[in-house]
Each structure stands twice: as structure tokens, then as C-alpha cells.
Design a protein around this ligand. Structure first.
Ligand code: PHE
Length: 463
């Protein structure tokens, strides 16, 4: 049965695929910006602490549930004898489908920008607003991106997902290192690095702590069963705890490196002044093309294309994991053949993403979709879906997964599963994982989920 579903062929293959899921748009544009806003190195310390103390135990739990049951997130809870809890899996699958619907839109922009850079069209940065309302073009890029994602997923676990990760992840790493070396030679680079890395503890407040946590969780692809699904393809020879540590480490390192690459670029453009640096989509899509332009035509094309290719690769290994979650569900639970499940889901999710695609200026009703909480500005459809699917569902999913593991499945079963394939176990690590899933994760993640919902949807002010 297990072999029919497919399996990762090697330890490194699984680690690269899971790290590929984790490393994505979140690392390359969101992380550096949040570091800049949240007091530089002070934020980095906070983020590292959350990744290892809070997220790592949840990751171990997800992989263990997956490997134990060799099933998708819904089937897994049923197989462990707790059918009611499969609601967590179902919520996760819905979250994954929704996240992919808008994530693919942004991935399509990244891919589109790669094509523009290859042609030397640096003016695109100033026309970002026009670019994202060019419905014909961005639909086409979205279709291509979803198509490539579906192609990889349709090839199965070792022949598709593992193979793609083995090519894309090392390439991504080399490209990022290359760009850092280059960026550091630019005038003003050190100003950017200072802004990024010199800690300013006065910037740390409730809001910063809260966003560091949310970022850590989203960035590690937790709370929606992506790692239950990938874990279900892991062999009993593998050491779950060590793999989870390596996946976390890779994700954190790439996020950190992304900052070393981006801030020197930005500082170079602004001649060392880091006042009023714009974050989010604007930083990558509006500002960076200007940086590449100033490098001169040839070098600009090379560096610019490499950058957006790297961004597309990072996004691709994430979209692959997002698509695999509902596909595994359809294959295991509904007995649908993989190719039908893959292409059917891909088309469905692409269509579901159309309102998001149109909500960045193309259709007014979607662009000013709702006014939330105490905002004066309307939130667009895409951000609204993000708020529900990633900001609210993921932490709540994470809290429920830890509650399930600690109090329903019980930590002795978790410990039994993680002991398989684990040589030279360090007892204190196991003790900590148990303690975290029993007390720390449910409380902190549950609180975060509830705060988000109250703050964003009901306007209750926390910060
Ligand atoms: N971790 C990915 C990123 O940082 C996004 C993601 C979330 C992927 C949840 C899969 C599941 O971009």
C-alpha cells in the first residue's frame, strides 16, 4: 500500500522537498522586510527562538502523524481512531486550497517579472500597478505556473516532487549566494546590512512579537497538514527529529540570506539612506527593478533575471506542496487516480484564484472588498483570503494539532513513532517536544489565532 502511494527515495530528498515547501515567497520578501521594521537583529533573535521552541515541536508532530498513518491529513486522524478530529485535516486542506489560490497569483507575477527582466524591461517596476491589472498577461502567467506545479505533482512523490526539489533547492541556494556576493560589492551595501542587522531593542513591542510568530509559522508551512502529507511518504528508516531540525534550519537560513541580498540592493538605490524603505510586494516588484536598471543594461539583465528566477523557484517548491495536500486527500480517501486528482484540483484552484487575481485594481468591487475592524482603508479580496486561510486557520490548526497529539493521541505514542529510525536520541529534546505540545504550543498558538480573529474581524484592539 505504502509503495503504491509513493515514497521519498532518500533522506535528503525528503528534507529538500519539505524545506522547499517552507522556503517560499514568505522568506524572500516578507522576512527581510519584517526584520527591517522590527528592530533588525532583535527581530531575528525572536524569530529564531519561535522557530525552534514553538514551531519545531509542531513540525515533529505533523511528520510523526503522517509517517505513522501513511495517509493524508483527513485519513490520518481517522486511522489513529479519532474520526472527529479529522476536522483538523479538513480545515487544513481547505486552508491549503485557499492559500494556493492566491499564492499562485503572486508566483505568476514573479515568473512574469523574470520574463520582463530577460528582455531588459526595467521600467516594469514603475508600472507594477499596470502590470498586475493586465489581465491577459497575468492569467497566462498564472496558468503557466499552475501548469508547471501540476506537472511536477502529477509525476508522483519520488519522480516528481523529490526530483524537482533536488534540482531547484540547490540551484536556489547557489543563486542566492551569488547575488549576496554581488550585492555586497555595491556602494552603500554596508548601510543596508547595518539597517538589517544592528539590533534595536526599542522597536520590539507586542505587535512585533506577534508578527514574528505568525511569520515563523507560515514560513515553516505548519498548521495545515502539508507536513502530515509529506511525512506520509517518509520511510521508517528516517530520523524524524533530525529531519525536522534540518528543515527548520534550512528555512531560517534562507530567510536570513534573503535579507543579506535585499538590503544592500535597496541601500545602493537610495544611496545609503534606509529611511522610509517600503516593504511587501512593493519592495520586490516596484523597487528592485530600479536597482537592476542602475547596474547597466547587460549586468542588470543578468542580475535581474537571476533574482526573479530564484523567486519563481522558491515559490514553485511551495506551490507543489500546497497542491499535494488536496491531491493526497482525493487519492487516498476518494480513490481518484493521481493524474485526474492533480489536474482537476489545479484547474479548480486556478479558477478559485481568479477573484484574487482581479482584486489588485482590475475590478473595483474586489479591490475594495471589505473594510475590516477599525481600518479606514478597504482590504482587497486577496488579502482577505490570506487573512482567513493563513493568518487565522494556520495558528488554530497548529494549536489543534498539538492538543490532539498531547491529549488525544498521547505523547507516548508520539514518542514511540519518533523513536523509530532515531539513533543517538538526546532525551532532553524528546522531553522538550512533549512539554511544548502539551503546554506551550496550544496556549500560544491558540492565543495568536484568537487575537487575529478578534483584532482583524471584530476590531478589538490589542496593540
Ligand atoms: N512556507 C511557504 C512560504 O514561506 C508558504 C506555505 C505555507 C507553503 C503553507 C505551504 C504551506 O512562502
Amino acid at each position: 500500500m505504502a509503495t503504491e502511494r509513493g515514497q521519498f527515495n532518500s533522506r535528503i530528498g525528503f528534507i529538500l522537498a519539505a524545506a522547499g515547501s517552507a522556503v517560499g515567497l514568505g522568506n524572500i520578501w516578507k522576512f527581510p522586510f519584517e526584520v527591517g521594521q522590527g528592530g533588525g537583529a532583535a527581530f531575528v533573535v525572536l524569530y529564531l527562538t519561535f522557530c525552534f521552541l514553538l514551531c519545531f515541536p509542531v513540525m515533529v508532530s505533523e511528520i510523526a502523524i503522517g509517517r505513522k498513518t501513511q495517509l493524508n491529513p483527513v485519513g490520518a486522524f481517522k486511522k489513529l481512531g479519532h474520526g472527529n478530529w479529522s476536522i483538523i485535516g479538513l480545515l487544513g486542506i481547505i486552508a491549503g486550497v485557499l492559500i494556493l489560490s492566491f499564492y499562485n497569483v503572486v508566483a505568476g507575477w514573479a515568473f512574469g517579472y523574470f520574463l520582463e527582466m530577460v528582455q531588459g524591461n526595467f521600467g516594469i517596476g514603475k508600472e507594477f500597478g499596470t502590470f498586475i491589472t493586465d489581465v491577459t498577461k497575468i492569467s497566462l502567467y498564472g496558468i503557466v505556473f499552475m501548469g508547471v506545479t501540476a506537472f511536477i505533482v502529477s509525476r508522483g512523490i519520488s519522480g516528481g516532487i523529490e526530483r524537482a526539489a533536488k534540482i531547484l533547492m540547490p540551484t536556489l541556494f547557489i543563486l542566492i549566494l551569488g547575488l549576496i556576493f554581488y550585492a555586497l560589492t555595491l556602494d552603500g551595501a554596508m548601510e543596508g546590512i547595518k539597517f538589517y542587522l544592528v539590533p534595536d531593542f526599542s522597536e520590539i513591542n507586542g505587535e512585533v512579537v506577534y508578527s514574528a510568530l505568525g511569520q515563523a509559522f507560515f514560513s515553516l508551512s505548519l498548521g495545515m497538514g502539508a507536513l502530515i502529507t509529506y511525512g506520509s511518504y517518509v520511510s521508517r528508516k528516517q530520523n524524524i527529529v533530525r529531519s525536522a531540525a534540518l528543515i527548520t534550519l534550512t528555512d531560517v537560513s534562507i530567510a536570513f540570506l534573503a535579507g543579506l541580498m535585499i538590503f544592500p540592493f535597496v541601500a545602493y538605490l537610495s544611496q545609503g539612506s534606509m529611511e522610509g524603505v517600503e516593504g511587501g510586494a512593493g519592495l520586490i516588484f516596484a523597487t528592485l527593478p530600479g536597482v537592476f536598471e542602475s547596474l547597466g543594461p547587460t549586468l542588470g539583465i543578468v542580475i535581474g533575471s537571476v533574482f526573479f528566477l530564484l523567486l519563481s523557484f522558491a515559490a514553485l517548491t511551495s506551490t507543489v506542496s500546497l497542491l499535494e495536500v488536496p491531491v493526497a486527500y482525493l487519492v487516498d480517501e476518494k480513490k481518484i487516480k493521481r493524474p485526474y486528482a492533480v489536474w482537476g484540483m489545479a484547474i479548480f484552484i486556478f479558477l478559485l484564484g481568479i477573484p484574487s487575481m482581479l482584486s489588485n485594481g482590475s475590478v473595483e468591487a474586489l479591490t475594495s472588498f471589505v473594510t475590516l475592524g477599525d481600518d479606514d482603508k478597504a482590504t482587497n479580496f486577496m488579502d482577505f483570503i490570506g487573512l482567513i486561510a493563513s493568518d487565522s486557520f494556520l495558528p488554530i490548526g497548529g494549536a489543534l494539532i498539538s492538543i490532539f497529539v498531547a491529549y488525544i493521541w498521547k505523547t507516548n505514542n508520539l514518542n514511540e513513532e519518533i523513536a523509530i529510525g532515531r539513533e543517538n536520541a538526546i532525551p532532553i529534546v524528546t522531553k522538550y517536544i512533549n512539554f511544548a505540545v502539551m503546554f506551550i504550543c496550544p496556549v500560544i498558538l491558540g492565543t495568536i489565532g484568537i487575537i487575529t480573529i478578534l483584532d482583524r474581524f471584530f476590531g478589538v484592539q490589542f496593540f
